[in-house]
Design a protein around this ligand. Sequence first.
Ligand code: PGA
Length: 256
Amino acid sequence: MEIIIQPTPAEATTIAARFLAGIIAAKPEAVLGLATGSTPEALYRELVSLKLDWSKITTFNLDEYVGISPQHPQSYHSFMWENLFRHVNVHIKNVNIPDGLANNIPASCESYERKIGSAGGIDVQLLGIGTSGHIGFNEPTSSLASRTRIKTLTPQTLQDNARFFGSESAVPHHVITMGIGTILESRHCLLLAFGKKKARAIAEAVEGPITAMNPASALQMHPKVTVVLDAEAASELKMQEYYRWVYEQKPDWQKI
Ligand code: PGA
């Protein structure tokens, strides 16, 4: 894992934007795995401002709530169109987000997995992390080999996401999420986390044992993971000074 610690979320976001812009420039037909939530909002703004060419890009989102329509203001369809897709020249046919209203959810999940395969797999998967350690909506005790499927949110995540819905009881209890096995098959994972609230989940994911109790810890098994943190999210890492030193020592060609 490469751990990059920046003083602020803004500086961390700029590094992530530079990384993704580099991928899009190097591979105009790249397949990007995208994430929602507060963490990537500024990243999407920065990517929009860079005026990149998204015409050949394919995207797969990590997850979606079950039982709310794509038009619902808090659906991840709405989030993605508001924050990114309507501002760039991506083709609608190349945008993939799990269908939270599918009649046959298992079949729809299998079809999502097949589509990722037909697109050639995901080049870069952007990830946030929940305070529970979830990636996508793979909550603690999710199988580390799991595939796209329906999941039930933990009380902690319902509480964390109540801010988007106005109250905890309005948050859908079920979601469709790519599995941890699905995420681990992407060629590069880019995990972003900001703020003190994420510090424990990050410390466990990066420096703790690999355990289904912190699904993000499964990333330790992945050959290419870049974790970009602000100082607060990094604050419980035991080896934070080492990670800072490593990044500073890198030759320019190796830095993002
Ligand atoms: P957040 O959510 O970016 O809104 O903090 C991250 C997540 O739950 O994965």
